[in-house]
Design a protein. Structure first.
Length: 477
């Protein structure tokens, strides 16, 4: 241990593999067995929860006390002790004789806390011990020097408000995603998912499929995208796909306009994060699916509920299939507090007056959000049509085009303005015209200064110019 390493650990705070203790007390045994029952970890005695360092007096008595606590666990927990300045560092390897318990019961590490197991969870734990934790499995197929993406790590540290005090390899080791093997750094699967630009090259199942359907069945596809970047970008791109295909309403506060999604973005984000966090990545023939229908949104992932969870305790306690993935997402704020995501999802939907989301737990875990699409779509379509008529009357002659085309272009302008979102394919289908004709219409209103294209060719979008917004507001008066 060096001072820069310690400073980095304190800056990052407690997590799945790090615990701070001001001193040794009987709770120490709880932390020992929680780490032994999980993937191991380190306890820093002499550091407070807030990161302050009061320190401890390191002597033989303190060392003996730590060893006594470890031997009082059942079965005894093996520990290694290291003194650094006035801090005692207790390293707890993953236990080889699980489950471990202390006088207060069985505990396991969940995120940055040591959670007590209930009777049924203990039974499941014993029955399923030996199951491979996908996210912690070391990945020999990856070439660290070629696959590691520095900007992704930089972005992660920024999101987590972590100041880098060490070189990137040591930071990755402290995060639990890299180890040294004969001097060569090796990623585990969590490291592949977070810190490589092309995870599917090593883990072909690690992508999200998004599909928007024209009807309530799966016969006619309106739009389809597969996202196969790192886990964070997959989450963000999936949410953008949802936002493009769901209805929006506008709320005006003063001079500020805010678009409100018909299904709360908070609920959708929780569902997407939940899917990529808790999916069974060992199931290589399946992926996370996001399906949008006119009457509902379904988000599903392979694996059902993790062991220890059932319909009765679902949403009340936290057990994760991939604890390291969950811990890393928690660090950067994508998971606010382990075990509360389902409640936030339900509460956000309840505030809108929509029906409660429905969950199923078989071989796949899925959540279904109901869309009140008939009334919403009718109102939106009526507003778009009215605007199109006004636009056609005022600008058809000016633009030198027929009324039918002018009305259609007016509807396009209204959609681009943000009430519904705009997709060339969907607009072409709606009006029974070719994509090429839609593109010609777009070029006309670009030429007239109403809209422009912003962003990268593949991910950008059409937006109204200031001139276009002014003209729209005048027409709507």
């Amino acid at each position: 241990m060096t001072q820069p390493e310690l400073d980095q650990i304190i800056a990052q705070g407690e997590d799945y593999k790090i615990e701070f203790k001001r001193g040794l007390n009987t709770d120490f045994k709880k932390e020992l067995i929680a780490f032994a029952n999980a993937s191991g970890g380190r306890i820093f005695v002499g550091i407070d929860d807030d990161g302050s360092v009061p320190g401890v007096n390191i002597n033989n008595r303190l060392r003996t006390k730590a060893q006594d606590f470890a031997s009082q666990c059942d079965p005894p927990v093996h520990i290694n002790l290291e003194a650094f300045n006035n801090i005692l560092i207790v390293t707890v390897p993953e236990g080889s004789n699980k489950p471990y318990r202390c006088t207060n019961g069985f505990y396991i590490r969940v995120g940055a806390i040591s959670q007590k197991l209930r009777t049924e969870e203990i039974i499941d734990f014993i029955q399923n011990e030996g199951r491979i934790r996908f996210d912690e499995q070391w990945q020999p197929k990856a070439n660290f020097s070629e696959d590691f993406n520095q900007p992704l790590l930089d972005s992660f540290l920024t999101k987590g408000k972590i100041t880098p005090l060490l070189d990137f390899e040591n930071i990755l080791m402290n995060l639990g995603v890299v180890k040294q093997d004969n001097g060569i750094p090796i990623f585990n699967n969590a490291g592949i998912l977070f810190f490589t630009a092309d995870p599917v090259a090593v883990l072909p199942q690690a992508y999200v499929s998004c599909v928007a359907f024209k009807g309530t069945g799966k016969a006619d596809i309106l739009d389809q995208k597969d996202f196969s970047e790192n886990i964070i970008l997959n989450i963000e791109n999936t949410l953008k796909f949802l936002e493009r295909h769901l209805n929006k309403s506008a709320r005006i506060e003063g001079i500020r306009r805010e678009d409100i999604l018909e299904i709360p973005i908070v609920a959708l984000r929780e569902a997407v994060v939940n899917a990529v966090t808790h999916r069974d990545y060992l199931e290589t023939g399946a992926r996370v699916m996001v399906e949008i229908f006119p009457d509902r949104v379904e988000i599903s992932n392979p694996g059902g509920l993790p062991k220890g969870l059932n319909k009765n305790n679902f949403g009340k306690i936290s057990l994760t299939r991939n604890p390291l993935i969950a811990s890393l997402l928690h660090r950067i704020g994508y998971i606010e507090k382990l075990g509360t995501g389902i409640s936030r999802m339900r509460n956000a939907v309840a505030e809108t007056g929509l029906p409660e989301p429905q969950f199923s737990f078989d071989d796949f875990f899925s959540v279904t959000f109901v869309r009140e699409y008939e009334a919403v779509s009718a109102a939106v379509n009526e507003a778009v049509k009215k605007f199109g008529e006004k636009f056609g009357v005022k600008f058809g002659v000016k633009f030198g085009i027929g009324k039918k085309r002018a009305v259609r272009i007016g509807e396009m302008v209204k959609e681009i303005h943000g009430e519904t979102g705009f997709l060339i394919e969907a607009f072409a289908t709606k009006h029974n015209i070719s994509k090429r004709q839609v593109e010609k219409d777009i070029q006309l209103i670009i030429k007239e200064g109403w809209i422009t294209f912003t962003g990268a060719p593949k991910t950008g979008k059409y937006v109204c110019t200031e001139n276009g917004k002014t003209q729209i507001e005048e027409l709507q008066q």
